[in-house]
Design a protein around this ligand. Structure first.
Ligand SMILES: Cc1cc2nc3c(=O)[nH]c(=O)nc-3n(C[C@H](O)[C@H](O)[C@H](O)COP(=O)(O)OP(=O)(O)OC[C@H]3O[C@@H](n4cnc5c(N)ncnc54)[C@H](O)[C@@H]3O)c2cc1C
Length: 379
C-alpha cells in the first residue's frame, strides 16, 4: 500500500462499524472513534428493538432487507443469536379511542413487507399478557408479533471483529480534529497523528454536520434529538416473557431489560451534539406514564440515561457522495432505526462507495439509494 488508505471512516458507532465490515473485503479502511470504546454514544443507548411497523416506506424496506442478516448472520459473526422475538402490545387510553380504531384499521389492512398479521385483544387478554397493566386505563389493545430484541453489543462487535479480520484498522480514543483536502487524497489529523485516505466517510452520528464543516463541506441541517430512558425494578412479576408495550401514538413505551423494566417517555428534544444525559423532567415523565397505565408504584429509578437520535430534515438516512467536495461521503441521519437497519445501510453504503451493484437482498426488498442521496438537499 502507498501509505494512503482507500477509505477513512469518522465515527465508531453502528453506522461506521457496519460500513467497515461490508467494505473492508474490497478496500483498505481506517476508522476513527473519539471515545475509548465503540458504540459509546447513540449505539450504546438504544432500546435495542427491531420492529417492522411504524416506519416510513423507505425505512421499512431497509428494515426488511436487514432481517436475514440479523436472523442468520455469516458463520463466526456471533456466538449468540442477534434477534429474540418479543412482540409488541399496542395500547390506548379511553381518550384515544378514535386514534386507536383508526390505527388498528390501518395496520390491519396495510401489513408491512413480509409482516405478520396483528391481532386485536380484549382488555382481559391484554392484562393476561402484561399482568400489571391497569384494566381501567386500557380502551383498546392489539398485538403485533413482528418485534424483536436486538443484541446490540454482539452486533456491533461482530461488525468490528469481521472488519478487522479483513484488515481494517480501528483507532479508538482518536478524535478527528482537522481534515484537509490535498490534490487526490485527504489528510486526517487526530492529535499528533496524520492518516491519509482517498475518501472520507462521515459517520459521526450526532456530530455529522460539524464534522462535515471540518472537512470543508456545508452541513445539511441534520439535527440530534435527545431521547430518555429509565430502568425500574418491578417486584412480584416475571418480566422475561412479556411483550414490549407501546402507547398507540408512541407517547411512551416500556419493555424488559436485564430483569428490570426499560421505560422511555419517547421524548424528542432538538440539541447540539454532546454526551447526552437524562433531564429530570423527562425522567419524571417516564415514571408518570408508567404509573398512569399500570398498577405499579415506582419508588426508585434504578438507572437513567439519554442518547441522541439524529435526523435529516426529511427523517431519511443520508447515504452518498457530496456533490460539493470530491471524495467526501455522507453516512448519516440513522434517527431511531440505525441499529435495526444497519445490515442494509452498511451494504448500501459499501456498494455506493465502491460503485458496485446492490446485493440481492437489497434489490429484493426494493431498496434504492436514489432517495437517500445528499443531493436531495441541494448539497
Ligand atoms: C434512547 C434511544 C433508543 C433507540 N432505540 C432504537 C431501537 O430500538 N432500534 C434502532 O434500530 N435504533 C434505535 N435508536 C437509534 C440508534 O441508536 C441510532 O440510529 C444509531 O445508534 C446511530 O448510529 P451512529 O453510528 O450513526 O451514531 P453513534 O452511535 O452516535 O456513533 C457516532 C460516533 O461518531 C463518533 N465521533 C463523532 N465525532 C467524531 C470525531 N470528530 N472523531 C472521531 N469520532 C467521532 C462519536 O464518538 C460516536 O461514537 C435509539 C436511540 C436512542 C438514543
Amino acid at each position: 500500500m502507498s501509505g494512503i488508505f482507500d477509505i477513512a471512516i469518522i465515527g465508531g458507532g453502528i453506522a461506521g462499524a457496519s460500513l467497515a465490515y461490508f467494505v473492508a473485503p474490497h478496500r483498505s479502511v481506517v476508522l476513527f472513534e473519539q471515545e475509548t470504546a465503540l458504540g459509546y454514544h447513540a449505539t450504546g443507548r438504544s432500546a435495542a428493538e427491531y420492529t417492522r411497523r411504524f416506519h416510513s416506506p423507505a425505512v421499512g424496506r431497509l428494515t426488511d432487507a436487514s432481517y436475514d442478516f440479523l436472523t442468520t448472520p455469516p458463520e463466526g459473526f456471533t456466538e449468540t443469536p442477534l434477534l429474540h422475538r418479543r412482540g409488541n402490545l399496542l395500547i390506548a387510553g379511553h381518550e384515544k379511542a378514535k386514534i386507536f380504531e383508526r390505527t388498528f384499521a390501518y395496520e390491519n389492512e396495510n401489513p408491512p413487507q413480509n409482516g405478520s398479521p396483528i391481532r386485536r385483544l380484549t382488555v382481559e387478554e391484554a392484562v393476561e399478557m402484561v399482568a400489571f397493566l391497569d384494566s381501567d386505563y386500557v380502551y383498546g389493545a392489539f398485538f403485533d408479533p413482528d418485534c424483536w430484541d436486538i443484541e446490540v453489543e454482539n452486533l456491533l462487535q461482530g461488525y468490528a471483529k469481521g472488519a478487522r479480520k479483513q484488515g481494517a484498522e480501528f483507532r479508538n480514543s482518536s478524535k478527528v480534529e482537522t481534515v484537509t483536502r490535498k490534490q487526490d487524497h485527504w489528510e486526517i489529523r487526530d492529535g499528533e497523528r496524520i492518516a491519509r485516505a482517498r475518501m472520507v466517510v462521515n459517520a459521526a452520528g450526532a456530530w455529522v454536520d460539524p464534522v462535515a464543516v471540518l472537512c470543508g463541506v456545508p452541513g445539511l441541517g441534520i439535527v440530534p434529538h435527545r431521547r430518555t430512558a429509565i430502568n425500574v425494578k418491578v417486584s412480584g412479576h416475571d418480566l422475561s416473557n412479556m411483550p414490549e408495550v407501546n402507547e398507540i401514538e408512541e407517547d411512551f413505551y416500556f419493555k424488559p431489560d436485564a430483569g428490570q423494566l426499560f421505560v422511555s417517555p419517547a421524548d424528542e428534544t432538538p440539541m447540539e451534539p454532546h454526551d447526552a444525559w437524562a433531564d429530570e423532567m423527562d425522567i419524571a415523565y417516564a415514571a408518570h406514564y408508567l404509573t398512569e397505565c399500570t398498577t405499579l408504584e415506582i419508588t426508585h429509578v434504578a438507572h437513567s440515561w439519554a442518547g441522541l437520535r439524529t435526523f435529516a430534515p426529511d427523517r431519511l438516512p443520508v447515504v452518498g457522495f457530496s456533490e460539493a467536495v470530491p471524495g467526501f461521503f455522507w453516512f448519516a441521519g440513522q434517527g431511531g432505526f440505525g441499529i435495526q437497519t444497519s445490515p442494509a445501510l452498511g451494504q448500501l453504503a459499501a456498494a455506493a462507495l465502491t460503485g458496485s451493484d446492490l446485493p440481492e437482498n437489497l434489490m429484493a426488498a426494493g431498496v434504492d439509494v436514489a432517495g437517500f442521496l445528499p443531493s436531495r438537499f441541494g448539497a
